[in-house]
Design a protein around this ligand. Structure first.
Ligand code: HPA
Length: 273
């Protein structure tokens, strides 16, 4: 399908009609991190399925709601539940949320996810600040006719993950006494986890953590000039690092256990943003 500027504007206008403020920060909550949405003050909650031209989430652990309100004094729009390629959406469709947020007036996007540790010095429950990404799989979300209102045809992604925010995240973690890493997120299409041989290959290629989301969103954000902070919650050691198989339950379990710490970190970061 071919998108137009008006396509995205239809979604944004629907949302703007329901709120009397302009969100500054968008937060996309990954698996098991959805509960942060509950802390938003004076929330306006919109089901994805009610937003024209939006997408609907098909993943059980993702709520499928947009929550708009205030968090740590910042006007935020929060996605509780995101969209992934493995659900059956084309890469081109995965631009929708970020472009809609851009049209709401959002300048900063915080992308969170659950990820497996390729880097064997990381441990489940720890957080990695995304410094850079590798997306060798599949098409670009920006494939197809370029919409000049969002950004240029060819664009730089070398500064996608805003340095100032990475430094801020490090300081926040230090203040909270949390271990934090900074590394490279490797995008994996999924839905199968990787094989041990694939993980060995991704390690050689320079990945520190692997996951099935985030990069389509950060590329879209880079295209329209938004600032990005990416945070990966390490939920498991990647395939082959340990003997046991990786399960969605394990990923969910660590996600839940660590969500309090993760929320504290996010709050601290938002406060200082
Ligand atoms: N691989 C890919 N995606 C993931 C993983 C993993 O090991 N853990 C959480 N999301």
């Amino acid at each position: 399908m071919e998108f137009t500027y008006e396509y995205f504007k239809t979604s944004a206008d629907y949302i703007l009609d329901k709120i009397d403020f302009k969100p500054e920060v968008a937060i996309i909550l990954g698996s098991a991190l959805g509960s942060l949405g509950e802390e938003i003050e004076n929330p306006v909650i919109i089901d994805y399925e009610d937003i024209p031209n939006f997408l609907v989430t098909t993943v059980k652990s993702h709520a499928g709601k947009l929550i708009l309100g205030e968090l740590q004094g910042k006007k935020v729009v929060c996605m509780s539940g995101r969209f992934h390629y493995y659900e059956g959406y084309d890469f081109e469709k995965l631009v929708i949320p970020i472009r809609v947020f851009h049209l709401l007036g959002v300048k900063t996007v915080i992308l969170t996810n659950a990820a497996g540790a390729i880097n064997t010095s990381y441990k489940p429950g720890e957080i990695m600040i995304i410094k850079d990404h590798i997306k060798f799989m599949g098409a670009s979300p920006l494939r197809g006719p370029n919409i000049e209102e969002f950004g240029p045809r060819f664009f730089d992604v070398s500064k996608t993950y805003t340095k100032e925010y990475r430094e801020l995240a490090k300081k926040a973690a230090e203040k909270l006494g949390m271990t934090i890493h900074e590394g490279v997120y490797f995008f994996w299409m999924g839905p199968q986890f990787e094989s041990p041989a694939e993980i060995r290959a991704l390690r050689i290629l320079g990945g520190d953590a692997v996951g099935m989301s985030t990069v389509t969103e950060s590329i879209t954000a880079a295209h329209c000039g938004m600032k990005v902070l990416g945070l990966s919650l390490i939920t498991n050691m990647a395939a082959g690092v340990l003997e046991q198989p990786i399960t969605a339950e394990e990923v969910g379990e660590i996600g839940k256990k660590s969500s309090k710490q993760f929320k504290e970190l996010l709050s601290e970061i938002l406060k200082e943003m």
